[in-house]
Design a protein around this ligand. Structure first.
Ligand code: DC
Length: 234
């Protein structure tokens, strides 16, 4: 039997750069788990919204977090997000949550809580983790770090296509503006802003087909999974 190392692969990048589709397909090809950390921030935002937590009130935030458990399951080949065992996969994708998640993800207590949970979920390796601070903060020692980018117009086009697929019709210009605002917010916030790790491989996906970017990352992983040759068996 061939023994391979099961790695942690970090994928970061701005909204709409193709992180989720890429990470999912890479996970499938390698037989890894896929961890969507954005979904975890969204689940916390949903909980705060449902409980009417004042985001200026750090005690109330701490209290709400004490009562939160977030898990990720796979059902019929689909990733499902569970908040205290309730399936919230669809509920966390509403435009309201997309607005709320910004201030929630800026909160240092929320970040500390989720980063600890993400490290716990990824510690055994064999996992591909996507987000904004994975290669810089959550898994700074990940052996493979990818930073995906694509130009704003292309990201807006992709987002509109995704939304259309979900039966939602939104003008491309509105989507473009919302993405630009999110980029600004994610990259300028005080705690763990979106940034490219110095040792990350940057993949600009504007002109790359999904298949190509997946193949590149899978090839990198296969190479790094091989046990290092010792002098004796080289
Ligand atoms: O990837 P997404 O759009 O589902 O992420 C939702 C929000 O969570 C987004 O505004 C950025 C934030 N986020 C974060 O701050 N850190 C992460 N590791 C993942 C997402």
């Amino acid at each position: 039997m061939r023994i391979v190392k099961k790695l942690v692969i970090a994928i970061d990048g701005p909204a709409g750069s193709g992180k989720s589709s890429t990470a999912r397909l890479v996970a499938e090809a390698l037989g890894y788990r896929y961890l969507d950390t954005g979904a975890m921030y969204r689940a916390v935002a949903l909980k705060m919204l449902e409980q009417g937590v004042d985001l200026q009130d750090s005690k109330a935030i701490e209290e709400a977090l004490r009562d939160i458990r977030i898990d990720q399951n796979e059902k019929d080949g689909q990733v499902r997000i569970l908040l205290n065992e309730k399936d919230v996969t669809e509920a966390i994708r509403t435009p309201e949550i997309s607005l709320w998640v910004g201030p929630v993800s800026e909160n240092p207590t929320v970040r500390e809580f989720l980063v600890a949970r993400q490290r716990e979920m990824g510690k055994k390796g064999g996992v591909i983790v996507e987000g904004r601070d994975i290669g810089t903060v959550v898994f700074p020692d990940a052996p493979i770090k990818i930073y995906l980018t694509a130009d704003l117009d292309e990201r807006a086009r992709r987002r509109v296509k995704d939304l259309n697929g979900q039966g939602v019709d939104q003008p491309e210009e509105d989507v473009r503006q919302a993405l630009a605002q999110r980029d600004e917010r994610d990259s300028t916030r005080e705690h763990s802003p979106l940034s490219c790790a110095v040792d990350a491989i940057v993949l600009d996906t504007t002109e790359l087909a999904l298949k190509q970017q997946v193949e590149k990352i899978v090839a990198l992983a296969r190479e790094r999974e091989k046990p290092k040759k010792t002098k004796k068996n080289s």
